[in-house]
Design a protein around this ligand. Structure first.
Ligand code: G1P
Length: 240
């Protein structure tokens, strides 16, 4: 299985830190943020990784990561020209992921403790569809929130004012080979982006969206507070 890490975007919530350096290259504890996702994929046996990045900081990515050899992976880079959303960034992986092949997708600012191996095995046994990983959070309104029904996800509501559950859909997604066809069917949202939640909802509408709940810590390091907290936590724990 191949892996894709989405590491573009403008990181406006972290401005001016992100004025000269892309969010995913900012330090978190002892290493740049992007390395956490690369390590998680490699630990689970995924060595072919596509990084979708913006033109901004592209040279810095190459300088830091190169071919990926130092980190035990083979890296390919694609440039997302415009800020068209997470699903549009993922669409750039079509072709690099062979037709019909499954793919693991991470948002580069999602840092977490669990190993992905078990979830990937369960997903591969599932055979088709998609799987997302959930985490209980105190502020679900910031995220995609699932409506859970009989062990499945009925649908996901993006940044709901009135959350239907206390879970957040994390930026860890496992998709079958139909994901690129699904992306072609979705329309831009009100904020003009192709939303990953619409992709997931297309699977949910087919009854093909399964989930698991993360056991360990998880954070989205995209705000000053969460970036500071996770760095502090990792250093106190003596990691990485
Ligand atoms: C994105 C997704 C959201 C998900 C979150 C996880 O939100 O749209 O569904 O819960 O990542 O980090 P964003 O961070 O782009 O606002």
């Amino acid at each position: 299985m191949k892996g894709v890490i989405l590491a573009g975007g403008t990181g406006t919530r972290l401005y001016p830190l992100t004025k000269i350096v892309n969010k995913h290259l900012l330090p978190v504890g002892k290493q740049p943020m992007i390395l956490y996702g690369i390590e998680k994929l490699r630990e689970s046996g995924i060595e072919d990784i596509l990084l979708v990045i913006g033109a901004h900081s592209a040279g810095l990515y190459a300088q830091l990561l190169g071919s990926g050899k130092e980190w035990g992976v083979r890296l390919t880079y694609k440039i997302q020209e415009e800020a068209g959303g997470i699903a549009q960034a993922l669409a750039l992986a079509e072709g690099w992921v062979a037709p019909g092949e499954p793919v693991a997708v991470l948002l580069g600012d999602n840092l977490f403790e669990d190993s992905l191996s078990g979830y990937i095995n369960d997903f591969l046994q599932q055979g088709s569809g998609a799987k997302v990983l959930l985490k209980q959070v105190s502020d679900p309104r910031r995220y995609g929130v699932p409506v859970l029904q009989g062990g499945r996800i009925e649908r996901i509501v993006e940044k709901p004012a009135d959350p239907p559950s206390s879970y957040c859909v994390t930026g860890i997604y496992l998709y079958d080979g139909s994901v690129f066809d699904i992306i072609r069917t979705i329309k831009p949202s009100e904020r003009g982006e192709l939303e990953i939640t619409d992709v997931n909802n297309a699977y949910a509408a087919r009854g093909q969206l399964t989930y698991a709940i993360l056991k360990g810590w998880w954070t989205d390091a995209g705000t000053f507070r969460s970036l500071h907290d996770i760095a502090d936590f990792l250093l106190k724990e003596g990691r990485p």
